[in-house]
Design a binder for this molecule. Structure first.
Ligand code: B16
Ligand code: MG
Length: 211
């Protein structure tokens, strides 16, 4: 039976996906690139540099070299991290906190599986670091979702087999990653209507009734 649950962070536990959107939007505006919420959905679960490449699909200026691209990604990250400074424990809903508590009470081992290099900062700011037995994030992977790497590492950190884990994701590529790793993918938010999700929930607490 299933013993572990791996949670995506941005868009599942906290709504930093909105900050990612606003920060990319600011950069896109400066570059004169069209960007909207629909394009933003393609950035869910995707690494910072891969996200930049998606933004630049519509860039009409002179070709950019790797140094310039790194500078742009760094600029977006500074805007994003400034927004993260506002985060407080109140940014995690009572529903999420009580649900995590109930899952721990039921004996599940809980982990984070996020593509973000800012994951630990966010967890610290919202006082969620202690809720998880393991954290696998953008600092310990080489390939971002849909590669299963971040989730396979999370399972390993929990000392569980991938088959013993559920993954909760708002990104379609996150569901693909979970399945590629041999885990059960639970879709929420943008992934709640994804046909490849093994299970779909419309609210966080619904997780308690589907597992
Ligand atoms: P950073 P998740 C992902 O986090 C975000 O969904 C994605 O939009 C972002 O580009 C990626 O993290 C990298 O984030 O720039 O902070 O390293 O959804 O996998 O928790
Ligand atoms: Mg996400």
């Amino acid at each position: 039976e299933k013993k572990g649950i791996i949670f995506d962070l941005d868009g599942v536990l906290v709504f930093t996906d909105q900050y990612h959107y606003l920060a990319w939007k600011q950069l896109a505006d400066e570059l004169g690139v069209y960007f909207d919420e629909k394009i933003n959905n393609r950035l869910r679960g995707v690494s910072r540099m891969d996200s930049l490449e998606i933004i630049l699909e519509r860039y009409q200026g002179e070709p950019l070299n790797q140094v310039q691209k790194s500078e742009l990604a760094e600029k977006k990250n500074e805007i994003y991290r400034n927004m993260l400074q506002q985060m407080r424990p109140a940014n995690v809903s009572a529903e999420v906190r009580s649900c995590l508590k109930e899952l721990r009470r039921r004996g599940f081992r809980l982990a984070i599986g996020s593509s973000s290099k800012n994951a630990k900062l966010i967890l610290e700011k919202v006082d969620l670091l202690g809720a998880f037995q393991a954290i696998s994030d953008g600092t310990n992977i080489n390939q971002s979702k849909p590669s299963p790497e971040v989730f396979l590492k999370a399972a390993e950190f929990l000392r569980l087999e991938p088959e013993e884990c559920y993954v909760v994701e708002d990104a379609k590529v996150g569901i693909d990653a979970a399945k590629a790793g041999g885990m059960i993918g639970i879709g929420i938010g943008d992934a709640a209507t994804y046909e490849k999700a093994d299970m779909k929930v419309n609210s966080f607490s619904e997780i308690l009734s589907v597992i």
